[in-house]
Design a protein around this ligand. Structure first.
Ligand SMILES: Nc1nc2c(ncn2[C@@H]2O[C@H](COP(=O)(O)OP(=O)(O)OP(=O)(O)O)[C@@H](O)[C@H]2O)c(=O)[nH]1
Length: 322
């Protein structure tokens, strides 16, 4: 058996998957309709929409299979997301990549597999629409075109989610994305008795950058700051651009202990970037934080209001110090 390789865009791919908030969500009729149609059209026992997560495959929609996930190492879809082409395995018993795969030799006894990668609007391949049969079979060019058509319906649903939840400029979550993703993380913290901290950022004198260097330069600065947040924080932290030059981050669990360290690192990296970029101005930020201690119950809106107020005080203090 040959386990799938990790694609070169893995970090950005996983970040996109998180921002779209598809993993571990309830069944969704918009996706189930597509897998039902696929199963009927191709007369296969199993049709899936799989999402390739860090170490597992999670099924956004599954017809004919009770499992909700499977290890990535064993997955056919892990191979399928490595290219834009369909992955066709007419007979897994004859394919050295899969012949001794436990999913072939044991349940669900995959013999035939056809998987079409499904991409986010950013182009990252998030998973597949795939068909599985327990017997070997062929898949002609018409079948292939039909599977691609169905996969593009999945991509349309991704695009709709993207539009609703992602900030187009920075590709971070937008305010709505932050509110729903942040709300879920906060509820998890409360259940697990973990602490959480919300950071509210506002860039300093950002209007001057637009006024002096133009809107395009302002856009560049916003993207550069978003990239820094991505680099300095963990994949599990919820990071968003709330609008204009305002950003927010929700740290949960043990991440809260790294708060001072993460902020110091962020400022240090920003200074290094200012030195490197030499764009005629130094990007800087004011920040406020608000925490929910272990066992405390606060809403995301309350944390945001507290952190926003703290940011405002920080901005005043920085202005006076300047
Ligand atoms: N380039 C660009 N500018 C934007 C975008 N959205 C909002 N802005 C600008 O961001 C600026 C926000 O300025 P403020 O936060 O009000 O003021 P500031 O200059 O940052 O001042 P302080 O926050 O008090 O330090 C405004 O000039 C907006 O026009 C965007 O998507 N791109």
């Amino acid at each position: 058996m040959i386990p799938p390789l990790i694609p070169p865009d893995e970090g950005a791919r996983l970040a996109t998957l998180r921002v779209l908030q598809l993993l571990d969500t309830d069944p969704d009729e918009r996706f189930d309709r597509i897998t039902r149609m696929a199963r009927r059209l191709f007369q296969v026992p199993i049709a899936l929409i799989s999402l390739v997560d860090d170490e597992r495959l999670w099924f956004k929609s599954a017809q004919g299979l009770d499992a909700t996930e499977t290890p990535r190492d064993l997955s056919f879809c892990g191979h399928a997301i490595l290219s834009d082409h369909l992955l066709l395995v007419p007979d897994a018993h004859l394919d050295p990549r899969f012949a001794d795969n436990p999913l072939v030799t044991g349940p669900p006894h995959i013999r035939f597999y056809a998987g079409c990668p499904v991409r986010a609007p950013s182009g990252h391949r998030l998973g597949t629409l795939c068909l599985i049969d327990h017997v070997a079979r062929g898949f002609d060019v018409d079948d292939q075109a039909t599977l691609r058509d169905l996969a593009s319906l999945v991509e349309q649903q991704f695009a709709a989610l993207h539009l609703a939840l992602v900030d187009e400029l920075t590709r971070l979550a937008n305010r709505r994305g932050f509110e729903s993703q942040g709300g879920q993380v906060l509820a998890l913290c409360q259940r697990q008795q973990w602490p959480a901290t919300l950071l509210y950022f506002d860039l300093d004198r950002f209007k001057q950058i637009n006024d002096r260097f133009g809107h395009a330069e302002g856009d560049w600065a916003l993207k550069a700051f978003a990239d820094l947040l991505r680099v300095c924080l963990r994949a599990s932290d919820v990071v968003a651009r709330l609008g204009g030059d305002e950003f927010a981050v929700l740290l949960s669990g043990t991440a809260v202990e790294r708060l001072d360290h993460a902020l110091a690192r962020l400022r240090q990296q920003l200074q290094a970037q200012n030195q490197r970029a030499q764009r005629g101005y130094a990007l800087d930020f004011s920040v406020g934080s608000a925490s929910m201690a272990t066992g405390q119950v606060l809403t995301l809106a309350e944390l945001m209001a507290l952190a926003d107020a703290a940011m405002y005080l920080n901005k005043q203090a920085r202005r006076q110090a300047a």
